[in-house]
Ligand binder design. Structure first.
Ligand code: ADP
Ligand code: MG
Length: 624
């Protein structure tokens, strides 16, 4: 039998290697930025068009390359950074595998211009699919400029696999952040489709973080510092009260390289134990310096996972360093047995008997009562403008009243007449059932969590939070798709601040958000002005709603318009649905039951969890 094994031609081998190194435009951005850093540049420009699908260009003012090196740099395993296997354990550069440029050149059109400082002229090389198309002498400033055009032009499957521009741009910005945060002494600029996205001057670590994530970040940071033989730890953790539901701002850098580590992340969380709200994640920007000999970076082609020699010790040190800082900066409660507790009460209050606060409750308050005073022909626009501010308060009152009824405080009768009026108006859309003849079924609320009611065949137990999620979800979907939502104007526009990344995420669902009833004003750097909100949302819920939304968007980047709409409706419904623990009046219980069964898909929440269970009379009989 004849021999069948052949050596793969270089361009095929390069394409295969490219599959590991270059997954998407952001991977190219990372490799090119890292090469520019390794070339000792102090100013690096990143220029992107169409989220990197048509152009990724990196211009640096580093050492540049000779004409021979320029040509060689595109060969596989061509690197100036290591010479022997031993060097793998002494790595002080970002790159060392010598395969990034070869991989990129295999799957794109690449143009390189480069010049050494001491030379008069530089070199220009054009490569398409691993083939050198031209090499010429050119006039160019000191340093290197690399253009990568038409990524994956020769691998249609990969190109089609790319996500929407918004998603790919987000990945690029993530990589840009990581590199920029690790190297604050280098100036970075980034442009997308001709406009400047980032302009990061030379700074220290703290300033760089603030420049990237916005001015408000500064007050949220607690510095950490520790130096031992094994490791030098520096950087910042976010104060616990600013912890978010999204994992967005969590960064580890080891020897100025961004890395991912579930194990170290666990150490940070352990340090925050007991300080965070449920499901909140602390932000952190942690820089570790270790002896290059004590780590192995070469376990993954993208070099974002590394092996530490003494992981356990590192874990313990990191945890105690953070704990110590949180305590020292008075962020965490510290036990101090020597403290004079008489200092705790201001002098003039000493000996005074504490008075219970009085909560005013209107027991007759009925949010569903039609108010005769409305509907006298005022235009709907005007109606909403006059009601704006109070609407949130009245919506809360719906619950405040209910909750404090349990606490049995002194109710005052007349205080709420005006609010009752507003509530009838604003919550009307939320809680008044289309079927006014409710009440024919008796409902009962169990443990402020379930609504129990009867049906012909037996009984139904409804999960109040999940049922409300389903009801809101369908209503929101309807509103978004038909753009038929009702807004309530805010008297004072809300200003919420977000990082650029978060803003970019929100931008992807802006239209759908507007269809739910949000009206946005000016969008400036990292800030969003909200002028009006959907009538089903209260002003107080807005920031939580956005936080949840960003976290959801980060977790499952939706692609199509449909999945965006779906995610948005799901996320908002989750944020504003009535929680477990809230007592519901019987009208509300009935509203809930009726609206749930009027849904298209009443049995499950948008996240596929059951909303109710039934117990038939047969089943009950069997139990006796
Ligand atoms: P690696 O970075 O792992 O060495 P690359 O394929 O990324 O491999 O680059 C190959 C070589 O090309 C580098 O080792 C370096 O000598 C040279 N090079 C690449 N980019 C630049 C640049 N921007 N400035 C100077 N030299 C560069
Ligand atoms: Mg490299």
């Amino acid at each position: 039998m004849s021999d069948i094994i052949q050596l793969l031609p270089d361009h095929v081998a390069n394409q295969i290697a490219a599959g590991e190194v270059v997954q998407r435009p952001a991977s190219v951005v990372k490799e090119l930025l890292e090469n520019a850093i390794d070339a000792h540049s102090d100013h690096i420009k990143l220029i992107i068009k169409e989220a990197g699908k048509t152009l990724i260009q990196v211009i640096d003012n580093g050492v540049g390359m000779s004409d021979t090196d320029a040509r060689l740099s595109f060969e596989r395993h061509a690197t100036s950074k290591i010479r022997a296997a031993e060097d793998l354990f002494e790595i002080n550069t970002k790159g060392f595998r010598g395969e990034a440029l070869a991989s990129i050149a295999a799957i794109a059109h690449v143009e390189l211009k480069t010049k050494l400082d001491r030379e008069e002229v530089g070199t220009e090389i054009k490569i398409e699919g691993s083939e050198v198309v031209s090499q010429e002498v050119c006039v160019t400033p000191k340093g290197t400029s690399i253009c990568v055009k038409n990524l994956f032009y020769n691998i249609p499957a990969r190109r089609n696999f790319l996500k929407s521009n918004a998603v790919e741009l987000r990945h690029i910005i993530d990589e840009f952040h990581r590199v920029a945060m690790a190297h604050p002494s280098i100036r970075f600029d980034m442009f997308h489709n001709g406009s400047e996205v980032f302009n990061l001057p030379t700074a220290n670590h703290r300033q760089r973080i603030v420049n990237i994530f916005g001015g408000k970040t500064n007050e949220k940071l607690v510095p950490i510092k520790e130096e031992t033989d094994l490791v030098t730890i520096s950087g910042f953790v976010g104060k616990p009260e600013y912890a978010k539901r999204s994992r967005g701002e969590q960064f580890f850098f080891v020897n100025d390289r961004f890395i991912k580590s579930g194990y170290l992340n666990h150490a940070v969380n352990a340090a925050f134990e007991g300080l965070l709200k449920d499901k909140a994640h602390p932000s952190y920007f942690i820089y570790l310096k270790v002896d290059p000999k004590s780590i192995d970076i070469n376990i993954h082609p993208t070099k974002t996972e590394i092996k530490f020699e003494d992981e356990h010790a590192l874990y313990a040190m990191l945890r105690s360093t953070i704990k110590h800082s949180l305590g020292q900066f008075n962020v965490a409660p510290i036990l101090d047995f020597n403290r004079d507790s008489s200092m705790d009460t201001p002098y003039e209050y000493k000996g005074k008997v504490a008075q219970a606060p009085i909560i005013e409750v209107d027991r007759n308050f009925n949010p569903f009562q039609e108010d005769k005073r409305i509907g006298s022909g005022s235009s709907s626009d005007k109606k909403y403008t006059t009601f704006k501010k109070e609407s949130a308060a009245s919506w809360e009152n719906l619950y405040v009243g209910l909750e404090s009824e349990l606490d049995s405080t002194t109710p005052t009768e007349n205080e709420f007449s005006s609010i009752e009026f507003e509530s009838a108006e604003v919550t009307g859309s939320l809680f008044v059932s289309e079927d006014k003849k409710v009440g024919s079924h008796t409902t009962y609320q169990l443990r402020r969590k379930y609504i129990v009611t009867t049906i012909k065949s037996g009984m139904v137990i409804i999960h109040q939070n999940r049922a409300h999620q389903r009801i809101l979800y369908e209503e929101l979907l309807r509103n978004i798709t038909m753009a038929s939502a009702v807004s309530q104007q805010l008297l004072f526009p809300l200003i919420l601040s977000f990082s650029k990344n978060e803003s970019a995420l929100l931008e992807t669902v802006k239209e759908q958000l507007e269809n739910t009833g949000f009206v946005f004003g000016a969008l400036s750097l990292g800030e969003i002005e909200i002028k009006a909100i959907p009538s089903v949302v209260s002003e107080k819920e807005v920031s939580i709603l956005f936080e949840q939304l960003i976290s959801d968007l980060e977790n499952e980047v939706p692609d199509t318009g449909f999945s965006q709409t779906d995610l948005l409706a799901r996320s908002i419904a989750k944020s504003i649905a009535v929680r477990t623990g809230v007592e519901l009046a019987s009208e509300q219980q009935q509203y809930m039951a009726n609206s749930l069964f009027a849904c298209t898909e009443p049995t499950i929440t948008p996240d596929n969890k059951p909303t109710f269970i039934t117990l038939t009379v047969d089943e009950i009989d069997k139990k006796f």
